[in-house]
Ligand binder design. Structure first.
Ligand SMILES: [Zn+2]
Ligand SMILES: [Zn+2]
Length: 466
């Protein structure tokens, strides 16, 4: 089917211009100056709307096993909620557990996702154990499976943790095959000491989750990862969920030297705080237990992160979507914050929350689109298939109403969660229409998509490497 998206303002990484977009089947085939397109029988009226590339969320954890339970969104519920939020591609983290063969972990993730996704999806691979076999598997995943990024953890000893020697070996391998190393940069062994000491003092509330993960231990791990990548001949390094000013300083310094170092942050770190959310009365704060943790409002983190987005020291905003319900899940940590499953669900709200940054004068329109769509597509080898409105690209398109309003609530969201980290937030802008590979999947508040529409995206190497 051919149709014309008419009358809107197309926004891309270089700015905004009025244009009509011609879609044929699953692809964008042409952009026209307003009124210059040949007549089409089918049109979608975009008058007064921004026409932006479908958002790419490069950090989600559907059905992740964690702390004796599973993230509460399946690929079905999570990708449907993502579509409502203007997201047309996710990159989820497939997991190799300790002792498991990498390819078996990947096959298990394909098994969960295949036939269940409402939008397109790719995978990063979490390496739970760096061994000769898993290093070999990295080559195979890059060349045969379309997986060009591998996540390692400097935190969670006994679960996902890799020591410095293992990290260096994986980085050397990535330097050779061009893959990106994604790092959870927190000093896990030191955090475990602080957690134990806090619990011994009877400090068991969710607030202490934040206190026992101080920014120094994020900055130290970030710095160590950057130096290890340097030793590995400047292996490409991407710091995930960066939350703290001191960690950002490390990334900025490396980038000033022209290093292959990149970083993302998440909406929760741009808006929420240790005191106001994690420190909420009673057990309420459990809703906001995630790692890295929310930071203190008495320090400059949020302003620094917004600035980092403008200067490109932070290249991407992802959600780290990892939802757990309060009932039966977060409640596992009643009386012991260290047993609260770590994660916030937000895959549905990133596009709107970042648009609020545009309204507040913190980001330009072009930078909004770049950080939520274009850059993640380029960073993770999906460009120009994804992340841009251009001839030949997939017709992943969002019509965005800049004059609309969005009210966030667990009563109306589509994620499988019994609460919202953003309950009651009223923000500017509203998702109007979402198109995934040419098919309208969301129109207004109505769902038009279907489970199984989403396809696996085989990714190439990052665009940003030199
Ligand atoms: Zn992480
Ligand atoms: Zn994560």
């Amino acid at each position: 089917m051919t149709y014309l998206i008419k009358g809107g303002t197309v926004i891309g990484p270089t700015g905004a211009s009025p244009a009509d977009v011609l879609v044929d089947g699953e692809k964008i085939v042409a952009l026209f100056a307003p009124g210059a397109a040949p007549h089409q029988d089918e049109t979608i009226d975009a008058t007064g709307k921004y026409v932006i590339p479908g958002a790419v969320d490069a950090h989600t954890h559907m059905e992740l096993p964690f702390g004796g339970t599973h993230a509460s969104d399946t690929f079905d519920t999570g990708t449907r909620a993502a579509a409502f939020g203007g997201v047309t591609t996710i990159v989820d983290f497939a997991v190799q557990r300790y002792g498991e063969v990498v390819q078996d972990g990947l096959a298990a993730w394909h098994g969960k996702a295949e036939g269940n996704c409402h939008i397109d999806y790719g995978f990063h691979m979490i390496l739970g154990g760096v061994t000769d076999d898993s290093l070999k598997a990295m080559d195979q995943l890059v060349t045969d499976e379309g997986i060009s990024s591998f996540k390692l953890f400097m935190a969670y000893p006994g679960v996902f943790y890799s020591d410095d020697g293992q990290i260096l070996r994986a980085m050397q391998k990535a330097r050779d095959n061009g893959a990106m190393i994604m790092m959870h940069a927190e000093n896990g062994p030191a955090i475990d000491v602080l957690v134990k000491q806090a619990l011994e003092r009877g400090e068991t509330d969710p607030y202490y989750h934040g206190v026992t993960r101080p920014q120094e231990l994020e900055a130290e791990a970030t710095s160590r990862a950057i130096w290890l990548a340097s030793v590995a001949a400047d292996c490409p390094l991407y710091i995930v969920h960066l939350s703290a000013s001191k960690a950002l300083e490390q990334v900025a310094a490396a980038r000033d030297q022209g290093r292959n170092v990149f970083a993302e942050t998440c909406p929760q770190y741009l808006y929420l705080t240790l005191e106001d959310q994690l420190g909420a009365p009673g057990f309420e704060g459990a809703k906001w237990v995630c790692s890295t943790p929310l930071r203190s409002k008495h320090e400059n983190h949020r302003a620094d992160l917004w600035r980092g987005l403008r200067t490109n020291d932070l290249a991407v905003v992802s959600t780290d979507h990892c939802p757990f319900c309060m009932k039966d899940q977060k409640e596992l940590g009643l009386g012991d914050f260290s047993k609260i499953p770590n994660g916030i669900g937000g895959v549905e709200h990133r596009v709107d929350l970042l648009y609020q940054g545009v309204v507040d004068g913190k980001l330009s329109l072009a930078r909004w689109v770049e950080t939520i769509a274009t850059t993640p597509a380029r960073m993770f080898g999906m460009y120009p298939k994804k992340g841009i409105i251009a001839p030949g690209s997939d017709a992943d398109i969002v019509l965005y109403d800049p004059n609309g309003q969005t009210r966030i609530s667990a009563a109306t969201h589509h994620m499988n969660m019994d609460h919202s980290a953003w309950e009651g937030w009223e923000i500017a802008g509203k998702i109007d229409t979402v198109i995934s590979r040419g098919t309208v999947v969301v129109r207004g508040d109505e769902y038009k998509g279907r489970k199984g529409h989403g396809q696996y995206v085989r990714r190439g190497l990052s665009d940003y490497l030199v």
